[in-house]
Write a protein that binds this ligand. Structure first.
Ligand code: ADP
Ligand code: MG
Length: 265
């Protein structure tokens, strides 16, 4: 069987700036993988390029269940079974979450869509805002649960969760992590992006990858997240003997550049 997601030697640039510099990643069906990395290492760019956002030059390959992605339009990628939960979910006032889920499920020919929506709404605690505008005036944690709810309804083969924990308080992180854990399925591969290890206390990934400066520099089990918790990215870079120049002209020192901050800048 093909892997849920297979990325080989992916290089991505915008103008003269190379953001991803030869990235390899394989996520088998049934597994949850985490990518951790400092701000600016290219995590969101990876999601954007996989889902088909325009404006990037790419080389290398990416395939979903054996079908090449990079030559496809955004909607084709979606129909192949790719979904992204956004780092910053967009508010769509006037379109009820239930309507969006129902129309999308019908378009994707999901059987028993109404029952599935009802079940997922209960499971992910979105009933209270099912009849409100998509993400409209929701709290950070509610927005993230709304994204996961949509993924659960639409059953993608690959779910990309970009910073599903950013901006959430500790209880919301626990709740969102629980929701991710219940998405585990032999028919899906999940890529969960974070730059904190705290969410990994509540969801146990099969593999943890560390991305620094556009490359996966280390992969391992959940214990890798523990190493980062203890020594930070600087400690890991020291162990691996990596010295990384900032992608842009250095206005800051390399250590400042890689300092972990709560939000992407
Ligand atoms: P992360 O999600 O790991 O914090 P990003 O993928 O958002 O990192 O960004 C990686 C680097 O690429 C950053 O230095 C960012 O400024 C740069 N970058 C991302 N998109 C663009 C773009 N469209 N044009 C120029 N630089 C970009
Ligand atoms: Mg990001």
């Amino acid at each position: 069987m093909a892997n849920a997601l297979e990325v080989r030697d992916l290089r991505v640039s915008v103008g003269d700036t190379e953001i991803l510099k030869g990235l390899d990643l394989i996520i088998p069906f049934g597994e949850i993988h985490a990518i951790m990395g400092p701000n600016g290492s290219g995590k969101s760019t990876l999601c954007h390029v996989l889902t088909g956002k325009s404006g990037y030059e790419t080389s290398g390959s990416a395939s979903l269940d054996g079908t090449s992605l990079l030559d496809k339009e955004v909607d084709e990628r979606s129909r192949l079974g790719l979904m992204q939960a956004f780092q910053y979910p967009v508010e769509v006032p006037g379109v009820e979450l239930e309507t969006l889920a129902l129309e999308a499920a019908e378009e994707r020919q999901i059987p028993d869509a109404e029952a599935k929506i009802e079940g997922a709404a209960e499971r992910f605690g979105v009933e209270a805002f099912l009849h409100r505008g998509v993400n409209h005036d929701l709290s950070g944690g509610e927005k993230k649960r709304s994204e996961i709810f949509q993924i659960a309804v639409l059953d993608p083969k690959v779910a990309l969760l970009d910073e599903i924990d950013s901006g959430l308080d500790i209880d919301a992180v626990r709740r969102v992590a629980g929701a991710v854990e219940t998405m585990r399925s032999p028919k899906m591969g999940v890529l969960m992006i974070t730059h904190y290890s705290r969410i990994l206390e509540h969801v146990t990934p099969d593999r943890v990858h560390v991305m620094i400066d556009g490359r996966i520099v280390e992969s391992g089990g959940p214990e890798l997240a523990g190493e980062l918790e203890d020594g930070g990215y600087e400690g890991l870079k020291k162990r691996l003997g990596i010295s990384v120049a900032p992608a842009r002209p250095a206005a800051k020192s390399a250590s400042e550049f890689f300092t972990d901050t709560p939000f992407d800048v």
